[in-house]
Design a protein around this ligand. Sequence first.
Ligand code: SAM
Length: 230
Amino acid sequence: MDYYNTLAREYDRLYSDSRYMRAVEYRVLRDEVKEDYLILDVGCGTGEHLAYLRDYNIVGLDISIEMARRARDKSGKFVVVGDVQHLPFKSRTFHCVISFFGALNHVQIERALKEIRRVLVKGGVFIFTLANLYHFRWILKSLFRRGWRDTLKAIKKRRGDIRKVVGGRRIRVSTRFYSLREVEDLLRRHNFQIKYTFATCITNSPLDNLLYKSFLKYFGGYIGAVAVKR
Ligand SMILES: C[S@@+](CC[C@H](N)C(=O)[O-])C[C@H]1O[C@@H](n2cnc3c(N)ncnc32)[C@H](O)[C@@H]1O
């Protein structure tokens, strides 16, 4: 957790250029979230979506106390420090669970999906994005930097480190990447009905607002889904 506790200080500055990704996330939320929902944001980070949905009944959860503190201060919402793999809530509590920008790339996904399903009411909606294994801009960069052999190796491994320098300190976190096919399989196995899938960071421009559900979603930075608990 050292990674996110340290990153918390710089998080909003480091990701201040993510407005096109946020525009797609907000659009999906506007389409899917109903006024009377009780919502849980898992891996809420510094509270981007808690603030966006501040007129709704929404609770945040994050494993990093520094992130949780910032989220509470930014949004004025209730934020719990906890682990998505062991959610501290009663079964069938929430109408909607959201998780954006890769919080679920750092966890045992089977365990997290089981927990998210447990805390959702029947018919409840799960909306999330996860870092994409087949992000074409990453693949192009990697081909230039490391060549095709190492790029193929990295893709096969499905795992990698995200590295940052914060306040002169090097930090890194292990990340598991997913393809859209894998995400669809996981959701079906956990008995979610997929309403639609989408992507963020396809072109990282206003075009993403048009392309987010198109075929190009297979190659965006983040793959997303709107799924309903059966
Ligand atoms: C890349 S940030 C995304 C934050 C936010 N959702 C956003 O869109 O800006 C990932 C967040 O997931 C949190 N996280 C990582 N593992 C977690 C876990 N097991 N349970 C809950 N949160 C976790 C991190 O602390 C971090 O705040």
